[in-house]
Write a protein that binds this ligand. Structure first.
Ligand code: NDP
Length: 283
């Protein structure tokens, strides 16, 4: 029988654990974890993500600030806000919602975030520390993917893990974390020859490509665990993943639904990282 990897349940567990950790930190050190989110312009997707982050902060007892800047804000003004929040003792986690407008150098802005407050795990120092297995903030989506697998009882060590997609926020860090959990890892992308030959031998298949229902039943191994990070809108405006969920369901051993899977974990792991940042600031 196929197991549905329940992102709703597991993300609620993580948030409840964070809420307990927040209470404990407040009682022991008087510190309330604080998260600041900067959003530039009015991208509808970004607006929804930021609203979900604020809601999760309220649920977990984390103090949150939203800084909304107009789409035509200068890079200099944005950077000066980042520097101000870097120095603000109420704020332990700071993130800039991506994408940014084209006139702003995204790399420069991310690089300006204080590493100790980089709860998205996107700064080059954080990424480097993750790669060599040193203390860092793990990027939220791939960290959420690992937690989903672990809490659903999917064994990672020794398994063949195949990742489709090599972006800096999903595919590449997911590959690193699966490797650190002792999987044998293959990364596929748009130039991969015979994608189905790779996906078809995956015990664990992680997909983050941004193409609705691209992974079909003939491309997956019977009994595999499938993690679908894709968030797409189909022709009817419904949110669907990168995997043909209904088509593969009876063939696979476990699968994350979309919605109700990886997306919820991303926000939960952001709360986890913000608590971690506040704990580190407390010592
Ligand atoms: P990107 O567009 O940055 O990367 C997509 C990756 O998929 C690229 O590496 C690309 O290859 C690869 N790819 C595209 N088409 C194919 C194909 N036909 N065959 C094989 N590989 C292909 O996307 P993101 O990583 O930012 O996002 C991926 C998906 O995950 C999206 O649906 C996005 O909405 C979702 N997402 C979900 C999050 C969550 O919280 N759950 C967080 C972030 C993203 P190449 O490098 O060769 O171009």
């Amino acid at each position: 029988m196929t197991t549905v990897i329940d992102g709703r349940k597991i993300s609620a567990e993580i948030k409840a654990e964070v809420a307990a950790g927040v209470e404990k930190l407040k009682a022991e050190s008087g510190i309330t974890p604080g998260l600041a989110v900067i959003i530039v312009g009015e991208d509808p997707g970004s607006t929804i993500y930021v609203r979900n982050k604020e809601k999760a902060c309220a649920e977990t007892g984390i103090y949150s600030e939203k800084h909304e800047l107009p789409a035509d804000v200068s890079e200099e003004e944005l950077l000066s806000l980042v520097y101000r929040l870097n120095d603000d003792p109420k704020i332990h986690g700071l993130l800039v919602q991506l994408p940014l407008p084209k006139h702003i150098d995204e790399d420069k802005v991310i690089d300006a975030i204080e590493v100790k407050k980089d709860v998205d795990g996107f700064t080059p120092v954080n990424v480097g520390n993750m790669l060599i297995g040193k203390e860092c903030f793990l990027p939220c989506t791939p960290h959420g993917i690992i937690v989903l697998l672990q809490r659903s009882g999917v064994e990672i060590a020794g398994k063949d893990a195949v990742i489709v997609g090599r972006s800096n926020i999903v595919g590449k860090p997911a590959a690193v974390l699966l490797l650190q959990n002792n999987a044998t890892v293959t990364i596929c992308h748009s130039k991969t020859k015979d994608l189905a030959a790779h996906t078809g031998r995956a015990d664990i298949l992680v997909v983050g490509i941004g193409q609705p229902k691209m992974i079909t039943a003939d491309m997956v191994k019977a009994g595999a665990a499938i993690v679908d990070a894709g968030i797409n809108r189909n022709e009817e405006g419904k949110v669907v993943g990168d995997v043909d969920y209904d088509g593969v369901f009876d063939k696979v051993g476990a699968i994350t639904p979309v919605p109700g899977g990886v997306g919820l974990m991303t926000v939960a792991m952001l709360m986890f990282n913000t608590l971690e940042a506040a704990k580190r600031a407390a010592v």
